[in-house]
Design a protein around this ligand. Structure first.
Ligand SMILES: N[C@@H](CCC(=O)N[C@@H](CS)C(=O)NCC(=O)O)C(=O)O
Length: 204
């Protein structure tokens, strides 16, 4: 398997998850966002994407993270067994991919959210995004509560996913350091040697 990633993106969550899972059957390839090469891999021009030995390519961070959790079950990186535990895990993963992540899209690509080219119009989109990001960050802070994890009090792929995306809040007026539970979670993730190795390697 080959994971396509770009530095600073949600794809790094998949890389961290592979490492947490002890996977030795994958490689990584850096791609440039917006490049022709990436559109050839994924017609949406987005990372993460995984290419399998049979040349099949699958995408979507949440689906890939769930795949990793299930492919390496001995590392227990996914939901607990009870049906309500599975529901809660899926609820969190869907929040991360369908609410948390999209809250940042207008900040990164304001041109996709207005037909106006002016700087004022683009800035207004970014300003509006900050409000939605704050709501999403508050919810993530609430999910973490008094634990150091996003799902229950247990390390799962959701931690990696939340961590790499919450780092983007440093580009907003209210960084993760201003949300108490999230700030504590981020500090504990920063101390994780695997997280450190992946972030450093992704910048090379
Ligand atoms: N629905 C996709 C979205 C992935 C996504 O937005 N990836 C970003 C990086 S974090 C990207 O590749 N952006 C490039 C672009 O929007 O052109 C997923 O959840 O994996």
């Amino acid at each position: 398997m080959k994971l396509f990633y770009a530095p600073g993106t949600c794809a790094l969550a998949c890389w961290i998850a592979f490492e947490w899972a002890g996977a030795d059957d994958y490689t990584v390839e850096k791609v440039v966002l917006g490049s022709k090469e990436l559109y050839e891999v994924n017609p949406l021009g987005m990372v993460p994407a995984i290419k399998f030995e049979n040349d099949e390519i699958l995408t979507q961070a949440g689906a890939i993270l769930n795949f990793i959790a299930q492919k390496y079950p001995s590392h227990n990186l996914g939901a607990d067994e009870d049906i309500m535990d599975i529901f809660k895990f899926n609820e969190i993963m869907d929040f991360l991919s369908a609410d948390f992540h999209p809250a940042f899209w207008p900040m990164f690509s304001p041109n996709r959210f207005t037909t106006e080219d002016s700087k004022e119009a683009q800035d207004a989109v970014v300003e509006a995004a900050f409000k939605r990001i704050d709501i999403a960050m508050n919810h993530l802070d609430h999910l973490i509560g008094d634990t150091n994890h996003v799902y229950k009090d247990k390390r799962t792929v959701a931690d990696a996913y939340a961590y790499v995306m919450a780092l983007w809040s440093k580009m907003t007026p209210k960084s993760y350091t201003e949300y108490p539970n999230l700030a504590r979670f981020m500090e504990s993730m920063k101390e994780d040697s695997t997280v450190q190795q992946v972030i450093a390697a992704s910048k090379q």
